[in-house]
Design a protein around this ligand. Structure first.
Ligand SMILES: [Zn+2]
Ligand SMILES: [Zn+2]
Length: 187
């Protein structure tokens, strides 16, 4: 609440596009933003961005018209456990630090780590989107000890064990259905 009050003058923004007109007479400015993930194109099949991105953004004048941007982003996402496919939430945070110089992006420049802006608006949406995507866990686990699903009957082993025999690592030929009945017949 305190932080919100400090920024009351600017209010909480809902974009990551900053108008340099607001920044004309200052060398440093802080913003808070709650940005809908859809605005950054953050929509994926396996990962749900359900909550606004909570962003603390600082703009610092650098040289004459260059702007150094620092942004701390926090949000949480809904992912599926890689073992038991149960959805669970993960907090992710990331930081973007980027210098924007006046100019326009050219092909050679875009390969370097440089960003340009037109002198009027700085848009860090793409920078934030890229940084967040890197934070999505590749193989999320609901818990280190998640038992996953039984590969044979699909039972959720975290809830209760099933009665399947543990699968042996034998080659596929031994799972030939014709071997089964013979074994059973000997019992
Ligand atoms: Zn799991
Ligand atoms: Zn089973």
């Amino acid at each position: 609440m305190l932080e919100v009050k400090l920024n009351m003058k600017e209010g909480i923004r809902d974009t990551l596009v900053f108008d340099m007109k607001d920044f004309r007479h200052e060398d440093f400015k802080e913003y808070e933003a709650l940005v809908p993930p859809a605005l950054l194109g953050l929509s994926y099949e396996e990962v749900e961005f359900n909550n606004p991105l909570s962003c603390a953004v600082r703009l610092l004048r650098y040289g004459d018209d260059n702007v150094y941007v620092t942004a701390n982003i926090e949000t949480n996402i809904l992912v599926e456990c890689g073992r038991c496919i149960t959805p669970f939430e993960v907090d992710i945070t990331t930081t973007v630090e980027q210098l924007f110089s006046i100019g326009s992006e050219s092909l050679e420049q875009s390969e370097a780590d440089e960003r340009y802006y037109d002198g009027e608006t700085v848009d860090i949406s793409e920078d934030v989107r890229r940084a967040l995507v890197l934070e999505i866990p590749v193989w999320p686990l609901c818990s280190e000890t998640c038992e996953g699903l039984c590969p044979q009957c699909g039972a959720e082993l975290n809830i209760k064990a099933c009665s399947c025999e543990p699968m042996d690592e034998a080659p596929a030929s031994t799972s030939n259905p014709f071997f089964g009945p013979v074994k059973n017949a000997r019992k």
